[in-house]
Design a protein around this ligand. Structure first.
Ligand SMILES: Cc1cc2nc3c(=O)[nH]c(=O)nc-3n(C[C@H](O)[C@H](O)[C@H](O)COP(=O)(O)OP(=O)(O)OC[C@H]3O[C@@H](n4cnc5c(N)ncnc54)[C@H](O)[C@@H]3O)c2cc1C
Length: 464
């Protein structure tokens, strides 16, 4: 199931997949043609154009989360309380600043290479839509203040209501570093530039076996790539490899898009590409598209037993009415706006709320990066830098950054994870409902909801 974004992009520029047929060699084989894999290829080519790279993609480039997301191209400022315990002060400052530079670099790269992905650098309004969410950003601001970083402007309630176009938003902060993009246009554009720079891209080609030897190989449905290095840029699908089964949890996120309603959105004051989210654990995130639609997403949907991704995330949203109801709770005025597209896709959560990078145990020629936990559009640019440095055996601030090899906490094994996950999700839903109605939820509900790992942002109780 293609997202509305990807369908729109494919109408403009149809895909011409070239599957791998036969056995080939490459210096570096990248498995996964989303942002992570494609930025890795581009960073490698930038650093050494002579490196021969083959990208293996099961679907078409952008067919995974990169072509289906909400298009928030965010920094890591809100994740400072998660970065600080892992990275320490100096490195947290570097990571946050590098994440801000990454958003600017993505915009510049698109401008330089004719990638028309509606990159709009209009910032992010991080709001509370209930009293319980008020000050959700305090943990992030406290850590950032301590480090001398001040990316968030605190706004009055009136200003938050005005900028968001709805009085349901009772408090909030604004960060100007965030941009928004048409996500599939970005992914397809990166793939085009990769091909122009000599990267061989094999779409409709699945890795069916990974050879974890000194000279690794990637067996595919109709061939094989022997490479000096392999980069696994598989996002949720990394879960299919035993090494990562307890490291990441694929969770479904759902998105709906209205028909174009520019006049209605203008009346609300929604004139640009500003990203807006609330602060519930199953976060609501929304924005106006360049062609005047409201796109509204909701995190925290279903998750599979034992994390088997399969094709369950490749359908229309299974809860479009819930997502629409969430949209109408914030924007009653959109009740007449038809929902013309719904879709879903796999986001990954890690126990730390941060992505992880490293070399496969016992097979150092295979490197991996995944687990952006709802915030990968911007950070995958630097994720690609980390993977490029690892694949090229460079010793630099990227290969040696504290996110490399820091697997952190493991998620519980099955069946405890699935059963526990169901209980936590029910508690989060109950708490979110109670918060919406300004009721206090029960102690057990709050305790269980508190076990949910951080998502798009660090939670208030994640502060150091
Ligand atoms: C609905 C939704 C909304 C989101 N909204 C946002 C947002 O607004 N902002 C934000 O920052 N993040 C968001 N995210 C997360 C963001 O999309 C991801 O963090 C980001 O796209 C990760 O890029 P990636 O390249 O690592 O993964 P992907 O784009 O998922 O790429 C992995 C690729 O690997 C391929 N693959 C898998 N298995 C194999 C195999 N065996 N062989 C070959 N190829 C294989 C897949 O087909 C896929 O194309 C959202 C995610 C979802 C699902």
């Amino acid at each position: 199931m293609r997202s509305y974004w990807l369908k729109q992009e494919l109408e403009r520029s149809p895909a011409k997949p070239q599957p791998l047929s036969g056995d080939i060699t490459a210096d570096i084989c990248i498995v996964g043609g989303g942002y992570t894999g494609l930025w890795t290829a581009l960073h490698i080519k930038e650093s050494d154009p002579s490196v021969d790279i083959a990208v293996i993609e099961r679907d078409i480039c952008g067919g995974g989360a990169s072509g289906r997301n909400g298009g928030f191209c965010m920094t890591w400022a809100s994740k400072a309380p998660l970065l600080y315990p892992v990275c320490g002060g100096q490195e947290t400052v570097r990571m946050v600043e590098a994440s801000e530079a990454a958003v600017r670099a993505i915009g510049q790269f698109c401008a330089d290479n004719g990638i028309e992905c509606e990159f709009r650098h209009d910032g992010w309004l991080w709001t509370a839509s209930s009293e319980a969410q008020r000050d959700a950003w305090r943990g992030s601001i406290d850590v950032l203040d301590k480090l001398g970083l001040h990316p968030f402007d605190e706004l009055s309630s009136d200003e938050v209501a005005r900028r968001s176009g709805s009085e349901r938003h009772i408090a909030g902060v604004y960060e100007k570093g965030t941009a928004t993009v048409q996500p599939a246009a970005l992914a397809r554009g990166l793939a085009r530039v990769c091909a122009e720079r000599g990267v061989r891209i094999y779409e409709n080609t699945s890795m069916t076996e990974l050879g974890r030897s000194a000279q690794p190989y990637v067996r595919t449905d109709r061939g094989m790539v022997k490479a000096t290095k392999v980069v696994l840029a598989l996002n949720a699908w990394a879960h299919e490899l035993p090494e990562f089964r307890r490291a990441i949890m694929p969770i479904c996120a759902d998105v709906v898009a209205t028909s174009p309603i520019p006049e209605v959105l203008e009346k609300l004051g929604l004139n640009d590409g500003m990203a807006i989210s609330d602060s519930r654990t199953m976060v609501d995130y929304y924005r106006r598209t360049a062609d005047g639609r409201m796109v509204y997403g909701k995190g925290g949907g279903s998750f599979p037993f034992a994390g088997r991704v399969g094709s369950r995330f490749d359908t229309e949203s299974s809860r479009p009415d819930d997502v629409r109801a969430a949209m109408l709770r914030n924007y009653h005025g959109l009740s007449d706006a038809p929902i013309v597209a719904t879709w879903r896709g796999p986001a990954t959560r890690t126990a730390t709320g941060l992505p992880m990078f490293g070399r496969l145990k016992g097979a150092p020629a295979i490197v991996y990066g995944h687990g952006y936990t709802g915030n990968g559009v911007g950070p995958s640019y630097n994720g690609g830098r980390i993977l490029a440095a690892l694949a090229l055996d460079r010793k630099d601030e990227w290969s040696e950054c504290p996110l490399v090899g820091s697997e952190g906490k493991l998620l519980p094994p099955e069946p405890f994870r699935y059963l526990g996950g169901l209980a936590v999700r029910a508690a989060v839903r109950a708490k979110d409902n109670a918060d919406d109605q300004e009721r206090k939820s029960g102690l057990l509900t709050r305790y269980l909801a508190g076990l949910a790992p951080s998502g798009l942002t660090a939670r208030t109780d994640d502060r150091n």
